[in-house]
Design a protein around this ligand. Sequence first.
Ligand code: SAM
Length: 309
Amino acid sequence: MRFEIVTIFPDFFSSFFENGILRRALAEGLVEVGIHDLRTFTHDRHRTVDDRPFGGGEGMVLKSEPLAEALASLGVEQKYAAAPCQDSNLPPREDAGFVTGHDFSRAADDSEYTGALASARTTRVILLSAQGRRFTQSLARELASLDRVVLICGRYEGVDERINQLYCDMELSIGDYVLSGGELAAAVVIDAAMRLIPGVLGNQASGEFESFGVADAEIDSDVEGVPRSQHGSGGLLDYPHYTRPAEFSGIPVPEVLLNGDHLQIRRWRREQQLRKTLANRPDLLENAPLSKEDRKLLEAIQQENRQGS
Ligand code: SAM
C-alpha cells in the first residue's frame, strides 16, 4: 500500500518514518510513502502556495493551482467528467457526477461506511480538515485495504474549497480540535492504517484484540499455543495490561492474571473492557455486539456503580 502526502513541510515527516513499526514496514516494502513538497508545483520566484481569502477575513488559504498540479503529477484526475459550472458556487457533491458514484463525505455514521471505500477504485484522495468526518479505527481498516491513499495537508485557514470539490473523496478530521496543519493528522492516519496492513504487525492478532478491534465472529486468526487473550474487542476499549514486577509501589498485579487459568483470565479481561468502556466511552457500548454474558456483567457493573455513588 502506498501513501502520498502533499505538504508544504516535507521535513516534518523525516523522524516519523525512521522509527518503530513504520520504519520496518517501509524497509520490508509492505508500505510505501511519497512525500510531495507543494512548493515544487509553483512557478513564481517566491514559490507562493497561499493567498488571501476572498471576502476578507483572517489568515491565508492554500491556492488551488499548485495543489491541482501536485495531484495531476500523482495521476489524480478531477472528479467531474466536464467542468461543473463556470460560477463560483459549485454544485453539492451528490449532483456533481462523481466518477465513482460514492460520496464519502456524507455517510452519517461509521456503519454506513463499512465496505464503501474498498468497493470502489482503490486510490482515495483525502483532505485533512477539522471540518471532516471523524477518523475511526474502522475507517483505518478500510484505508488499509486500499492500494493508494493521497493525503492533502492544509495549513493556515485551510485549502481552497475547489480542491476539495474537484479532487477529494473525503474530508477527514482526527478529532474535534484545530491543529495548525494537516501534517500531524496525516501522520496519525498513516500510523493507524499501516499497522492494519497484513504483515506489518509482528503478530497479526494484536491488531484484532486491541481497542476498537473487531468482534470474535470476524476473527479467524488464533494465537498459537496460547488461548486468545480476550474476546475480539468488538469496538470496546482494551483491558488494562501489566508486566513484571508483580508488585509495584504497593500495588499488586490482579491475582487472576497470575493463576494460569485461561478461562478466568479471559473473563476478567472482558469485564475490565466493559468497565473501562463504561467509564471512559459509554457511547461505544451502544453499537457493540454484546453477548448475554457481557450484558449481565455490564448490568452488575452499573449496579455496583449506582451503589458506590
Ligand atoms: N479554518 C480551519 C477550520 O476552522 O476548520 C482550520 C484550519 S487549520 C489552522 C489548518 C489545517 O490544519 C487544516 O487545513 C487541516 O489540514 C489541518 N487540521 C486542523 N485541524 C485538523 C483536524 N482536527 N483533523 C485533521 N486536520 C486538521
